[in-house]
Design a protein around this ligand. Structure first.
Ligand code: BGC
Length: 420
């Protein structure tokens, strides 16, 4: 009798314990991301701190490599081996691709509780949802089409502003080169070549051409004189970089501008995160201006997708992380460090600098003028096999003496093959 009572009592106690531990499962999230440069690391640390302050356990899985190419390779092998990380930095059509595979968890209950439909812009909601269900959360809006410049070096050749046309850009670069200054800081990695390429497509072709060529993959646009002129301009820019550019990481190229080793870098505003992390002041130590275009704006929204995992602690971790990311406080803190602007509507911009304020103002005017366009180089416009086909040609051209005619015909061919 005594024994039976003890067993029963122990059973009750154990099940009470189990219930308690379920209710208080420590929210845990393994977070796979590629934010490893100075500015990026500061920004992601802010997310980690918020998460920990709310009782979360953060398991950091950084995979170095700009634009996330290496991170995406690691992700594929992790999912294939049945060991998906809980939260993954993922964006654009790749979110849809993973959702189609059935790999993503839906976040609809957090979305409803937090009113995401009211605070996330409609265009960004479309990217975050799969068949009407939220499967990812947006962190920011990065603008890709920027020039970052060193005002002291520009002043050496009598310039006090960043060029506003590509002809002016070339004229300034020629002057800088004649004065012994490297005009363009660049890292020879395919995604960095593609980053420059898409800004030139936008600038020389205009927003409509960009949409036709790099979003709709229209044959006539790809096979056009305009596209030939784009490759001609890429050849010019190739002449403005220093000899050591192959393989250089983007943040080292940013450091060249910062340290006076090169005058300008064409890069998204994560570069501003590097300047800020180094204590540099916009408008004084460095200049920011959009690459020449008519009311264009190439956007790149970082986001996190939650992969299917099991375990109450992990599921609680995913929900907590998703809630924090879309929250107003996080959107402000993170984006002040990252160089981007909030993806959430209504976050006050008063603490942001002039580059961010310009980004926000230009975003609105680009939207009105039809120039708000997804970045091809940063995985916002096309699925990976299609953007990969374009980037390969861009890089092959940049790193050889291929003519523009040949680049155009290779581009048309590569896109055709990839479409099949
Ligand atoms: C990401 C940024 C990141 C940059 C360099 C971009 O594709 O959107 O968040 O800072 O790559 O790694």
């Amino acid at each position: 009798m005594y024994l039976r009572k003890t067993i029963l009592a122990t059973g009750v106690a154990l099940s009470a314990l189990a219930t308690a531990s379920f209710a208080h499962a420590e929210p845990t999230a393994e977070v796979l991301h590629w934010w490893t440069s100075g500015g990026e690391a500061k920004a992601v640390a802010a997310l980690k701190e918020d998460f920990q302050a709310k009782g979360g356990k953060w398991v950091d899985s950084p995979v170095a490599g700009g634009a996330g190419d290496a991170a995406m390779t690691v992700l594929r092998s992790r999912v294939l081996s049945g060991d998906a990380p809980a939260a993954v930095q993922l964006k654009g059509p790749a979110i849809q691709e993973w959702a189609e595979e059935g790999a993503l968890a839906d976040l609809n209950d957090v979305a409803a509780a937090e009113n995401w439909d009211d605070v996330i812009p409609a265009a960004i909601q479309d990217v975050m949802k799969y068949e009407g269900d939220y499967v990812a959360v947006p962190v920011n809006i990065h603008r890709v089409d920027w020039i970052w410049a060193n005002p002291t070096l520009l002043a050496k050749v009598g310039a006090d502003t960043v060029p506003t046309t590509w002809d002016e850009f070339n004229a300034l670069a020629d002057k800088l080169q004649a004065a012994g200054i490297t005009p363009v800081a660049h890292g020879g990695q395919p995604w960095q070549d593609a980053t420059i390429f898409e800004t030139v497509v936008l600038g020389l072709g205009g927003p409509e051409f960009y949409q036709e060529a790099l979003v709709d993959l229209d044959d006539d646009a790809l096979n056009s004189d305009t596209m030939k002129a784009v490759f001609d301009q890429m050849r010019k820019i190739r002449g403005y970089v220093d000899a050591d550019f192959p393989g250089r990481d983007w943040n080292l190229a940013t450091a060249m501008v910062m340290n006076g080793d090169a005058a300008m870098q064409i890069m998204g505003d994560w570069a501003k995160g590097e300047f800020l992390a180094a204590g540099k002041v916009p408008g004084k130590d460095f200049l920011c201006a959009p690459t020449p275009s008519e009311n264009g704006y190439l956007f790149n929204t970082d986001s996190f997708a939650m992969f299917n995992v099991s375990g109450d602690d992990k599921i609680a971790g995913q929900k907590l992380l998703a809630e924090l990311i879309v929250g107003e406080k996080f959107q402000e803190t993170f984006n002040l460090l990252k160089g981007s602007i909030p993806a959430r509507l209504g976050v006050p911009m008063d603490k942001f600098d002039d580059c961010a304020k310009k980004s926000e103002a230009d975003l609105k005017s680009a939207q009105d003028a039809g120039g708000f366009l997804p970045s091809m180089a940063h995985g916002m416009a096309l699925r990976g096999h299609l953007s990969g086909a374009i980037v390969d040609v861009v890089t092959a051209h940049f790193n050889s003496d291929m003519t523009s005619d040949e680049a155009v015909s290779r581009l048309v061919e590569a896109v055709e093959l990839a479409k099949d």
